[in-house]
Write a protein that binds this ligand. Sequence first.
Ligand SMILES: Cc1cc2nc3c(=O)[nH]c(=O)nc-3n(C[C@H](O)[C@H](O)[C@H](O)COP(=O)(O)OP(=O)(O)OC[C@H]3O[C@@H](n4cnc5c(N)ncnc54)[C@H](O)[C@@H]3O)c2cc1C
Length: 443
Amino acid sequence: MHLVIIGNGITGVTAALTARRLVPAARITLVAAESAHHYSRPALMYLYMGHLRHADVKPYEDWFWAENRLELVHAEATGVDTAARTVQLAAGPALTYDQLLLATGSVVRTPDWPGQQLAGVQGFIGLPDVESMSRDTQGIRQAVVVGGGLIGVELAEMLHSRGIRVTWLVREARYWQSVLPPEESAMLEAHFREHHIDLQKNTELREVLGDAQGRVRAVVTTTGQELPAEWVGLATGVTPNLVLAKAAGLDTDRGILVNELLATSAPGVYAAGDCAQHRQPAPGEVAVEQLWYTGRMQGETVAHTISGQPTPYQRGQWFNSAKFFNLEYQTYGRVPAAPAPGIASFCWQHPNGKHLLRINFRAADQAVTGVNTLGLRQRQDVWERWLAEPTPIGTVLAQLAAANFDAEFTRQHEPAIRRAFARQFPDIALSKPRRKGLFRMLG
Ligand SMILES: Cc1cc2nc3c(=O)[nH]c(=O)nc-3n(C[C@H](O)[C@H](O)[C@H](O)COP(=O)(O)OP(=O)(O)OC[C@H]3O[C@@H](n4cnc5c(N)ncnc54)[C@H](O)[C@@H]3O)c2cc1C
């Protein structure tokens, strides 16, 4: 079997390593345009900030690939003939495949703003973007970041680390309001202000202005301001990379359409990771998943199917984490920006504005449905168990210590968290640890 994988991101590489383990005799070829070797995309910001060297963002030594008989082709795939089962490359002979996996990731999505082609205006998604950003921000004093998601905050932190003043334009009325409840947004906004980030809410980019040399000099906002800017970072989202899939004539929508086995509309062709769109996502799940850990899970799952062990993709419990400057964020289960009907939401905040715990639970039986934390680290295995069982909030709060990742540090908050719960929900009794019979009385 010759498995050809287009894209050497987390999805493609996980699929390659899994297939190597499952089918030791298979020939496996990884085709990648961006870099010869796989690297960690979430670590890119630390390259810019000087916390990591280039070698540190490559999880595997360069000899690893030949040692595991994984053939690397550093080239752009320009076409696929799904009838002849061949992949055309921009340089070099075409590759013949038995099975093909498209793991082509995402591309930056930007509205077509006037002036966005000026020098010093860019998105941030890959290694070339770190290079251009390093070059174009050298010695500058003032930058503008556009877009209020996770890449926006990364850009703000990166620029701040070099002493560059940042104005950050966010379209929404509060930070990441499509995802976070109001208390989390407020805590983060205060945190950004402490880091001297000029967060301008309800504000969008209208136009980028250039100088005589074709370099950015200012931006005009929808609120009518002209803000000086020596560099502009566009962080208004990413979208599945469909170029190759469209050239191959595969069914596409927002992403490359796949069934539960991650198979596309063409025989022997699969798609996974950021570029894939589930035809029928499970209730409450999204059709396009653009996360590191879902890429890894999809890569592992599709490799089983390709290797002759058909395995439907099941994401399981939702979780995610991020870091906002030095404030860590974790979420397990479902914590939407506003609780769904029938769901109660308990929120505790430390008076210092640096720690927050929110637990959502069903009003009917008090079973927990999700947790958000800021500035507190929780154990994933414990929360997955509590969410799967499902566990009443009275039990969870009584046993909160079991979920502490930094037990020494967070233990001190638990009494305050329980007192806050008793104030917010006086009708719900807290359980004593490990006395299960009591919990049935809570409903
Ligand atoms: C700056 C940044 C920070 C992030 N931080 C986090 C984080 O903290 N946590 C998290 O969960 N997620 C994070 N993400 C998202 C996460 O990195 C992606 O979800 C993940 O990398 C997707 O992996 P993938 O393998 O599907 O695609 P990608 O990593 O995008 O890899 C696709 C590869 O395919 C190559 N390719 C595409 N077309 C072709 C072609 N025709 N020929 C050859 N090669 C091709 C591309 O060049 C690319 O290298 C971050 C993303 C960015 C941009």
